[in-house]
Write a new protein. Structure first.
Length: 125
C-alpha cells in the first residue's frame, strides 16, 4: 500500500479505535476493497491526517456535515469517536445547532436524537 494509505490507517485507528477498524477490515471483501482503500487514503490519509486543524475540530465539522447532508448512518460512529478526538458533548451540540440554523431544524433534530442514543449506549458500556 501507499504512504498515504499507511497514514490514513494510522489516523483511522486513532480516531475510530482498533476494534472498529479491525471489524471493518475483517468484513472487507474483494468487491469493496477498492472502496476501503479509497476512503482510507482520501478521507483518513488526506483530510483527517492533515494537521492544519485539530482532531476535535475535524470531529465537529464531520458531525455537522453528516447531519447537514442527511447522512445519519455515520453519526453514531463519529459520536463514538469523540472519546478519542476530544470533542465534548457540548461541542457536538454546538455543531448540531449550527446545522439547525443553516441547514434545517429537522436534520439537526434527528442528529441530536442519534447522538443522545449513542451517548446513552456508551454510558451503558
Amino acid at each position: 500500500m501507499s504512504e498515504r494509505y499507511d497514514a490514513g490507517m494510522s489516523v483511522r485507528r486513532k480516531v475510530l479505535g482498533d476494534e472498529h477498524v479491525d471489524r471493518a477490515e475483517a468484513n472487507k471483501s474483494e468487491f469493496d476493497a477498492p472502496f476501503q482503500e479509497l476512503i482510507t487514503e482520501g478521507a483518513w490519509g488526506t483530510v483527517w491526517a492533515n494537521d492544519k486543524i485539530s482532531l476535535r475540530e475535524r470531529s465537529m465539522l464531520t458531525l455537522a456535515l453528516l447531519a447537514a447532508t442527511g447522512n445519519f448512518e455515520e453519526i453514531p460512529m463519529h459520536i463514538r469517536a469523540t472519546v478519542r478526538t476530544g470533542a465534548s458533548k457540548q461541542d457536538v451540540l454546538e455543531a448540531f445547532q449550527h446545522v439547525a440554523i443553516y441547514c434545517g431544524v429537522p436534520r439537526a433534530n434527528h442528529a441530536i436524537k442519534l447522538a443522545k442514543q449513542t451517548y446513552a449506549e456508551m454510558d451503558r458500556e
